[in-house]
Ligand binder design. Structure first.
Ligand SMILES: NC(=O)c1ccc[n+]([C@@H]2O[C@H](COP(=O)([O-])OP(=O)(O)OC[C@H]3O[C@@H](n4cnc5c(N)ncnc54)[C@H](OP(=O)(O)O)[C@@H]3O)[C@@H](O)[C@H]2O)c1
Length: 258
């Protein structure tokens, strides 16, 4: 009997993740979407929208034990994973001084450790033609003062994903690091912490639907990186040629942080 084909999307209840749900729900090769986030009410609303094709899982992916419990559900399900979208993540705008040690480390737990753990758990259930889509950011192109941990976590995701893409080539599994610029989502509700020295200018703001469509198209083409929009492309190119010290100065001036 054919195994069920599923897509797992983390951070599926909002913003960028919700767009991946919308797009993958149209794929006839996917029998079921597994949507992961913490807030049960938001997940219930999503579930009523997509009915039987969607299963929801309330998991705090920054909590190692909860993640291990979810991993056991994947292992017991005996499914083929066609897509893993590691999208859950967040950043905080401000100085290192504005965040507690717990808050700082939690960003690393979710943006890095959960991405690695989810990938390692899912790969054995993937086959030729399966895709891992890891959400990095334009912030991965350079170090960003006043968004320092966030940009460093996204640099990890970008580098890790590209190297894993090469390692998984012989299995026909692709890994794509998606590097969006600013997108209009609830990201900002969590990021704004009222810090005096903070990120305030959001140049090149776009909507998540366009970026998600490009990311899926790039993954299907087997690209290891997905960059959407002129502004993000320019930043990507600049970061290849300019010293990081210069890129950081540009950033501080653009943000009017002195
Ligand atoms: N928006 C931007 O400008 C932008 C730019 C570049 C990259 N990104 C990246 O895009 C991704 C999605 O962000 P978004 O813009 O769509 O923000 P968002 O609207 O705030 O969505 C974040 C999603 O992640 C889930 N989530 C947060 N913490 C979680 C945890 N500990 N465990 C499980 N799920 C968790 C949230 O649901 P719950 O709160 O219910 O858990 C929500 O579904 C992130 O990785 C972000 O870094 C965003």
């Amino acid at each position: 009997m054919r195994k069920k084909s599923i897509a797992i999307i983390t951070g599926a209840s909002s913003g960028f993740g919700k767009e991946f749900v919308r797009l993958l729900a149209k794929e006839h090769t996917i029998d079921e979407i597994w949507a992961v986030a913490r807030d049960k009410k938001k997940l219930q609303r999503l579930s009523s929208e997509y009915k039987k094709r969607l299963k929801t899982f309330s998991v705090d992916l920054s909590d190692r034990q909860e993640l291990e419990h979810f991993a056991a559900l994947i292992q017991d399900a005996d499914v083929t994973i066609r897509y893993l979208v590691n999208n859950a993540g967040y950043g905080k705008f401000g100085s290192y001084k504005n965040l507690s040690i717990d808050e700082s480390v939690n960003m690393i737990d979710l943006n890095i450790s959960a991405v690695v753990q989810m990938g390692l758990v899912c790969i054995p259930y993937m086959k030729k033609g399966s895709h891992i889509i890891n959400v990095a950011s334009q912030a991965s192109f350079q170090p960003l003062p006043y968004l320092n941990i966030y940009s460093a976590t996204k640099a990890f995701v970008r580098n890790y994903s590209r190297a894993l893409h090469v390692e998984l080539r012989e299995q026909g599994i692709t890994v794509t690091a998606v590097c969006p610029g600013w997108m209009r989502t609830a990201f900002f509700d969590r990021a704004e912490i009222g810090a005096a020295k903070s990120v305030k200018k959001f140049v090149g703001m776009t909507t998540p639907d366009k970026v998600a469509a490009r990311a899926l198209a790039d993954a299907r083409k087997g690209k290891d990186i997905s960059v959407y929009g002129v502004f993000v492309r320019c930043a990507h190119l600049a970061a290849k040629f300019l010293p990081q010290r210069v890129m950081m100065e540009f950033w501080l001036r653009q943000q009017k942080i002195t």
